[in-house]
Design a protein around this ligand. Structure first.
Ligand code: ADP
Ligand code: MG
Length: 264
């Protein structure tokens, strides 16, 4: 097997989280969702945020994406604030459900953010064609979302995210609504796309095996309050293959990650 490993330089920090915390308050209820998260994320890294429901994974991702303002600490994306990074179109986000427009074809769904960005028609078409190729949906370019399976729709969501050429891809449990077979196929597809495009991926999941299979590093978040309880390196060779899930190395990593949870 090809012993390929991404070489990640420690000087190449893309995202810096310094003592990041989040307390939600609506004037009556106060929830400390996240406390004291300090972490450097490197360019080109595939990093997972792993933890049980309610441990603050989505909160952290939304803070990085500037969909939410942290109440404590500091977030820097290549020296920029999350808002500056968003305005510079540094990132794209993929959610659990892809939110496709039913009246638009697949190609037109992928082109939508480019239309908003006022990209010319010819460039939009060129990009959507390349993205459809990348996710293996070229034949479905002129179909409508309801004609596609859940897994195919999620691939459209990924294609749409990549269409804006983000440096950072933020994914919030993108495959958790899919069946195991579709999910496993999309894992391989996503890793192939990641390898070809060299993006930084921050992947939220509550599934230990999924995190081990995909990641370079796993950030283990524990609840009450949400905090970073461990960061675990995954030194499995790349490209990752399904067979690796049967190896002792894989099983040991899963056990190590499981053992690192606190207060669950
Ligand atoms: P996860 O994605 O890991 O399931 P979340 O980040 O969604 O966790 O939530 C972390 C904690 O913050 C939970 O206790 C949740 O109830 C709370 N929370 C999330 N969003 C809000 C909100 N908008 N207002 C108040 N509390 C919230
Ligand atoms: Mg969540």
């Amino acid at each position: 097997m090809e012993k390929e490993r991404k070489v990640i330089s420690t000087n190449d920090i893309e995202i810096k989280l310094n003592h990041v915390g989040m307390t939600y308050s609506d004037g009556v209820n106060v929830t400390k969702a996240l406390t004291d998260v300090t972490l450097d994320i490197h360019k080109g890294e595939f990093i997972s945020l792993l933890g049980p429901s309610g441990c603050g994974k989505s909160t952290l991702l939304r803070i990085i994406a500037n969909l939410l303002d942290n109440t404590d600490g500091e977030v820097l994306i290549e020296g920029m604030t999350p808002k500056e990074a968003r305005l510079a179109r540094k990132y794209a986000m993929v959610f659990q459900a892809p939110v496709l427009y039913e009246w638009r074809t697949i190609r037109k769904n992928i082109e939508l953010p480019l239309e908003i960005m006022k990209v010319s028609k010819i460039d939009r078409m060129e990009t959507s064609k390349a993205m459809l190729d990348l996710v293996g949906l070229s034949k479905f370019a002129d179909h409508y979302p309801h004609e596609l399976s859940g897994g195919m729709q999620q691939r459209v969501g990924i294609a749409r995210a990549f269409a804006v050429k983000p440096e950072i891809l933020l994914m919030d449990e993108p495959f958790s609504a899919l069946d195991e077979f579709t999910k496993e196929k999309l894992h391989i597809d996503l890793l192939n796309i990641w390898r070809k495009t060299n993006k930084t991926v921050i992947f939220v999941t509550h599934n230990i095996q999924e995190a081990v299979f995909l990641s370079n590093r796993i950030c283990v978040l524990s609840p009450h309050p949400g905090r970073l309880s461990a960061v675990i390196d995954v030194n499995l060779p790349r490209p990752r293959t399904m067979d690796m899930k049967n190896t002792q190395e894989f099983t040991e990593l899963v056990a190590k990650v499981r053992g690192s949870f606190e207060g669950v």
